[in-house]
Design a protein around this ligand. Structure first.
Ligand SMILES: Cc1ncc(COP(=O)(O)O)c(C=O)c1O
Length: 380
C-alpha cells in the first residue's frame, strides 16, 4: 500500500528520537519539554473527584461551561481582557490540536502560511497537511528577534496566515509591545490571519511582561490564540488546551473541531476548572524561574556558553563552541551516548536544518536531575 505523503517531514520527530536515545543509553533526559516532578496534589485530587463524580460522559462540544468561565475570569484578572464565554473560547485536546484545527479552518491548496524559525516542529507539517505551502522566515540570533523586512518580503497575494510563538520554544525569547505594533502595521491592509501560540504565557521571568495578542485590540480581531494547560500546570500528558478567537473565527474553528475530536476529556476539564477557581494553584511562574536560575548557576561551571538567559518557557539554549566543532545533531547524539545527557539540537527547529551549533536544554526538572546532568556536563 502506498500512502500519500501529506507533509515534508520524513522520519520520527526529534523529541521522540532523543527521548528514545536517552532511554536506550540511560541518559538524563533534558531533551523533551516535560517536567519530571509531580503535579499539584490538589489538581490530581480534583481529577479523581471528577472521575468518581458525574464527569465521565461527553462534555459539550466547545467545553464544559465551568472551565470556559474559569478561563474568562482568569484572563480578566491577569490581563484585564474580557472574553465572551460562549463565543470566544473552545477547549481543545492540547495546543498542537488547536494549531492544526486553526490552520485547517483557514487554509486551502495553493495558500501560503508564514512561520518564524527556529519553530515548534508541528507548524510546517500542520500547514502542509492542509494543502498549503509553509514559508519560513529566520529569527535573528543571538536574541532571536524578528527581522521585519524579511517578514514583509515573505508576504504574497497567497499569504493566508502567520504563526508566531511567544514566549518562544526553543530560545526563550519574548515579543515586545513594539513587535505587535509592527505586525499590526504590516498586516493591516491584508487578509492575513494570525495564529499566536502562547502556550508558555505564564512562565515568564525577571519581572518581564508577556504581551498577549489578546491585549492588542486591532490584532485580536484577526487572531486565533492557542494555549496549553499542560505547560502551565506541569501536566503535559493530560493534553489539554484551549483556543481563544473572535466569534466568527470560533464558529469556523468549531465547525472543524466537531468532526475531529468533537469534545475533550470531561474529568480533566472539571479538574482544571476547579483548580483555577480554587485560587490555591501553586505559583508555576516562580517555580519555573527558580529552576531557570538554578540551572544557569550550575551551568556557569561548565564550558557551555549561554549567550542570552531564557526570558520564558521551559528552555535554555546554549552554545558548545568551546567544547566541539561537531554539527549539533552529531553533538547531541554524542552527548547522550558518551556523556549521559540528552538535549535537542536547535537545527531540528529549522526546515533546512540550519546549524548554528546550539543545543536546547529543558530545565523544567527536579533540582537533583539538573544537578546530576550538570555534574556530567562539567567533565566536558
Ligand atoms: C511552542 C509550543 N506550542 C505548542 C506545544 C504543544 O502543546 P500541547 O502539548 O498542549 O499540544 C508545545 C509543546 O512543547 C510548544 O512548545
Amino acid at each position: 500500500m502506498q500512502f500519500p505523503q501529506k507533509h515534508s517531514v520524513t522520519g520520527t520527530n526529534i523529541f521522540s528520537v532523543m527521548s528514545g536515545l536517552a532511554m536506550q543509553h540511560g541518559a538524563i533526559n533534558l531533551s523533551q519539554g516535560f517536567p519530571d516532578f509531580p503535579i499539584d496534589s490538589q489538581l490530581a485530587d480534583f481529577l479523581g473527584e471528577g472521575a468518581y463524580g458525574s464527569f465521565n460522559q461527553y462534555a459539550p462540544m466547545h467545553g464544559l461551561p465551568m472551565l470556559r468561565q474559569a478561563i474568562a475570569d482568569d484572563f480578566k484578572r491577569r490581563y484585564n481582557v474580557v472574553l465572551d464565554v460562549e463565543q470566544e473560547i473552545t477547549i481543545t485536546p492540547g495546543a498542537t490540536y488547536g494549531i492544526y484545527t486553526a490552520f485547517s479552518t483557514l487554509l486551502q491548496a495553493g495558500d501560503e502560511a508564514i512561520l518564524l524559525e527556529p519553530s515548534y516542529d508541528s507548524y510546517i507539517p500542520n500547514i502542509e497537511m492542509n494543502g498549503a505551502k509553509a514559508v519560513p522566515v529566520a529569527l535573528v540570533a543571538p536574541d532571536f528577534h524578528v527581522d521585519w523586512n524579511k517578514v514583509r518580503d515573505a508576504i504574497t497575494q497567497r499569504t493566508k496566515a502567520l504563526i508566531l510563538n511567544t514566549p518562544h520554544n526553543p530560545t526563550g525569547a519574548m515579543w515586545t509591545r513594539k513587535d505587535w505594533d509592527t505586525l499590526a502595521e504590516i498586516v493591516r491592509d491584508t487578509d492575513i490571519v494570525i495564529l499566536s501560540d502562547e502556550v508558555y504565557e505564564q512562565l515568564v521571568f525577571d519581572g518581564e511582561k508577556h504581551y498577549s495578542v489578546l491585549e492588542h485590540e486591532e490584532l485580536r480581531q484577526r487572531s486565533f490564540v492557542l494555549f496549553s494547560f499542560g505547560k502551565v500546570f506541569n501536566n503535559t500528558g493530560w493534553k489539554m488546551g484551549y483556543c481563544i478567537a473572535p466569534p466568527a473565527y470560533t464558529k469556523a474553528f468549531r465547525s472543524i473541531h466537531q468532526f475531529l475530536s468533537f469534545t475533550v476529556n470531561t474529568p480533566a476539564q472539571y479538574a482544571l476548572a476547579s483548580h483555577i477557581n480554587s485560587g490555591l494553584a501553586s505559583d508555576v511562574r516562580a517555580t519555573m524561574e527558580g529552576k531557570r536560575n538554578y540551572f544557569l548557576k550550575l551551568m556557569a561551571d561548565t564550558a557551555f556558553t549561554i549567550h542570552k538567559p531564557s526570558k520564558g518557557s521551559y528552555f535554555q539554549v546554549a552554545s558548545y563552541e568551546r567544547i566541539s566543532d561537531m554539527g549539533d545533531m552529531d553533538f547531541t547524539r554524542w552527548l547522550t551516548i558518551e556523556h549521559g545527557v540528552a538535549t535537542i539540537p536547535v537545527s531540528a527547529f529549522y526546515h533546512n536544518k540550519k546549524d548554528d551549533k546550539l543545543i536546547r536544554f529543558c530545565f523544567a526538572k527536579k533540582e537533583e536531575t539538573l544537578e546530576k546532568a550538570v555534574e556530567l556536563l562539567k567533565k566536558l
